[in-house]
Design a protein around this ligand. Sequence first.
Ligand code: 6PG
Length: 463
Amino acid sequence: TGARIGLIGLGTMGAALASNIADKGFDIAVFNRTTEVTRDFASNAGPLADRITPTESLEALVNALAKPRAIILMVPAGDAVDAQIDALRPLLDADDLIIDCGNALFHDTDRRASSGKWPFLGVGVSGGEEGARHGPSIMGGGDPDHWARVEDIMTAISAKHDADPCAALMGPGGAGHFVKMVHNGIEYADMQMIAEVYGILRDGHGMGYDAIADVFDAWNKGQLESYLVEISGIVARARDVETGEPLLSVIVDAAGQKGTGRWTAIESQHRLAPVPAIEAAVVARNLSSRRDERARGEAIFGSAPQAFDGLDHGTLEQGLIAGKILCYAQGFEMLSAATRDFGWDLPMSRIAQIWRQGCIIRSSMLDDMARVLDASPGTNLMYTDHFSAILKQTHGALRQVVAQASLNGHPVPALASGLAYFDAMRTGRGTADMIQGQRDHFGLHGFEHTNGKTGQHGPWAKN
Ligand code: 6PG
């Protein structure tokens, strides 16, 4: 006897996840380092209180659980996870399972999964607080036997697309956290592209916030239908609770970040998997925090973005459709690279399926992505019949957006990177022959000749 599962860490996400688990009929024991938080959580549990056992020490938590135990960690990623595992392991039996549901770096999860002889799962959970409470998208990583022990819980608490649960095992070790990391990379790129288009509407077209909200609302009824476009409309329409001013007019334009986008960008370099739109989005966040320098630049050169007309809303919408597809295409390419490099067999189509609900990058496009990845899992989305047809229709608009934005001083790094990726990925004969020639000239690095011979040199090479 005892509770079916335990949870440590009753912060926003942990509390929401614990409530979700209790709500789905599972008995859960909870622990938080600050006892007050545990007591508050239990006393505010309402009708769920019967299924929640608050505990005030790790020993009490462990004793409250049915064996073999399963304990979810919802503590800040990084050292806190290792510290929690170290504190917990001596209290556990050899077959007790620890499940890290935080945003861990997948290398850490790999290490934690392989360093002990204990069962360990690293599980990516997406959807913010609302998702955690009512149905997140869940990307599991670890041993199938360990996943099987909690699969019913993961399935029950996850978002559903029609009846299909948005929870699945991605692969061994850090695979779940890797997929969650790439999810966040796509999230960064998509958010940045939306912000760039918002800038054109605001500073190029001189539109007010409500009018901008109307544009996003309208787009959310078409091909761009997605959570991020939806909330962009809500954010644009919102008012500051203090002043009643448009909310966006009182938010400082410096983006925060906890690191998952940066990890995606860095890891993509190791995988030789080009994700320029994601990199551009990370750079844009870093740059946004340089407020003093930006003000200095504006004083020296004048403000960059100029008012202009000439990009109608339809063109912006089409450009953003192309951009959005390219964000996902780059993300899925990175997943393919991980499958290749790590010997994983990431379930590409299933990933698109479990991203259809619950997570931050949920989007109506993912239905078609799931379908085409089912037919050809290793193919870049931009080459598939369905998405190549859309890109043929929309890349001209993306080009217009990037060109007009550039001519009028609007920085659109993610859209521009998306376009450059698209063009590079359809250029049969590129310009790296010059790079190879340069390398050979200064360092005799050798090049591959078009006749098929490798290790060839230019006339500067002396035998
Ligand atoms: C999600 C989000 C979630 C969190 C990110 C935000 O999928 O639910 O991605 O994990 O909001 O950590 O990341 P930044 O703070 O780096 O923007």
